[in-house]
Ligand binder design. Sequence first.
Ligand code: IPE
Ligand code: IPE
Ligand code: MG
Length: 243
Amino acid sequence: MTSGMPVIPHHVAIVMDGNGRWATKRFLPRVAGHKKGVDALRACVRHCGERGVKVLTVFAFSSENWNRPAEEVSGLMELLALALAREVPALHGEGVRIQFVGNRSALAPKVRAGLAQAEAATAANVRLQLNICFNYGGRWDIAQAAAQLAASGTPITEQSLHGAMAMAHVPDPDLVIRTGGEQRISNFLLWQVAYSELYFSDKLWPDFDAAALDAAIADYASRERRFGKVSGQVAPSPAKKVA
Ligand code: IPE
Ligand code: IPE
Ligand code: MG
């Protein structure tokens, strides 16, 4: 680092885990935790914008989350539609561009329409890119990219596969945060985390506030990213991407 300012990751990706436990601890239904989780996400988006993060990718619903009790699944679907309707105008005002990442085909028409509307309304914004991974799985993405290439007869290379993936519109995440105490990826961005810095927090997602995000960013700033090289080749900028 050349100044006293922390190195800000360009792209932060978050596994927002721990909503259910947050609610259960308070004798509330799990969906109450998911509602609190939306509030935490709202604050996180604002804080990322203020800190100069350019891309924020959040895991909101995994391919495997369909296996939860039907009531929780429908609660999460409702919540997505509600949160979009409620938050998009203000997000638009803050210069946030929203993009959905995942398999839309299995989603209810109402949810799909809400996502498409949010994308269209914010398409010209450039301050912060917010990717919402919903009905997303890293394996799904790799497989759908490979299927696209096979269908068009395109040779499969790292570059062509990367370009066909649902996350091709943004660079790979610099920092991946998982809240909720588990230290696993749970089928999040499998391809894209090849050289991401990983940060695990014991805080449950509804409790992950601005100070917690700043702590994650400060930790990131202390890392040396080597991308396979040796220390002498990449010094002196600790978290700076090398060519
Ligand atoms: C993460 O919180 C949100 C989703 C998976 C939708 P969880 O619902 O997994 O919360 P815990 O892990 O059960 O506490
Ligand atoms: C990962 O959390 C998915 C999301 C946060 C959307 P899970 O709670 O589904 O992950 P596991 O089941 O503990 O691995
Ligand atoms: Mg969980």
